[in-house]
Write a protein that binds this ligand. Structure first.
Ligand code: GUN
Length: 283
């Protein structure tokens, strides 16, 4: 068996086309969807991500404000910046790029964002709504993974999904969203004993741990679907995921590449959340 390679770039393009049409419709009603991206400090990876988000916004006809502050910014100033954005009718989505400098409390910052504008889906209100299956803005990377599965007609209902990694950004929410879709979900993490015992039972494995080429064919049941959320550099400095891609190709039925798998979906879903928030504001 040779795995089907899941083309996240192609799926993300389709989603962005749909977003662009929704932007046009909103503009005819006098609304320009607006995203504010807040960046504190000069982490170069964060700056690249943020510029990408901005560029995509502009390509789809949306307003994009980048608010860049020095590493030394006081938490109180960040909170008042968020308050202003919460009250700005031209801004429909607020994204504070993580990680924040260590003197700023991440939880207080997330709590300050109006859940209606929480396009990251990180606010406890958004998380709670997601867990109980109530309509809400969903976190971008997990939602992107769900869309990829849908696009390739991979129905998680009744399937055993093993999620490796329990971050608040990916592992926990993607497991919850798949539970909502009637999957049987197992969460594995750094303290899990005999990881392969779990992953070998999985119909779908999602890896989000940030360890280059960690998962290989020995972890898999033949025909498993493999979703790689990792973004690492290998020993030669080449971009790679958490999955040993070449190694799993003959065992998996589907696999996401890195780059070009989950990554492009994250930005597409951020765009969709921003336009959704703008549409919500009309009703
Ligand atoms: N840093 C890494 N990923 C993300 C993300 O999805 N949202 C935010 N706000 N920061 C991040």
């Amino acid at each position: 068996m040779t795995a089907t390679v899941i083309d996240g770039k192609a799926v993300s393009l389709k989603i962005k086309e749909q977003v662009q049409m929704r932007v046009e419709t909103l503009k005819q009603q006098g609304v320009v969807p607006g995203l504010a991206v807040v960046l504190v400090g000069d982490n170069s990876a964060s700056l690249t991500y943020v510029k990408n988000k901005q560029k995509t916004c502009e390509a789809l006809g949306m307003r994009s404000d980048l608010l860049q502050f020095p590493e030394s910014m006081a938490e109180a100033d960040l909170l008042s910046t968020i308050d202003k954005l919460n009250n700005d009718p031209g801004i429909h989505g607020i994204l504070v790029q993580l990680p924040l400098p260590s003197h700023i409390d991440e939880f207080s910052v997330i709590m300050a964002i109006d859940p209606q504008k929480d396009v990251d889906g990180f606010h406890p209100v958004s998380v709670g709504n997601m867990v109980i299956g109530h309509e809400t803005l969903l976190p971008c990377t997990p939602h992107g993974i769900i869309k990829l599965l849908e696009h390739y007609d991979i129905n998680p209902e009744g399937q055993h999904v093993v999620v490796i990694g329990r971050s608040n950004i990916v592992g926990k929410p993607v497991g919850q969203m798949l539970l909502q879709k009637n999957a049987t979900v197992t969460f594995c993490h750094s303290k899990t004993q005999d990881l392969a015992k779990h992953t070998k039972q999985a119909d779908i494995v999602i890896v989000a741990i940030g360890v280059a080429k960690f998962l290989n064919s020995k972890h898999l049941k033949p025909g498993a679907v493999v979703i790689d959320v990792g973004m690492n550099r290998d020993e030669k400095g080449k971009l790679c995921g958490d999955v040993d891609y070449e190694d799993v190709l003959e065992t998996a039925s589907f696999v996401t590449p890195v780059p070009g798998g989950v990554g492009p979906m994250t930005i597409a879903m951020l765009m969709e959340n921003t336009v959704q928030s703008a549409e919500n504001g009309l009703t």
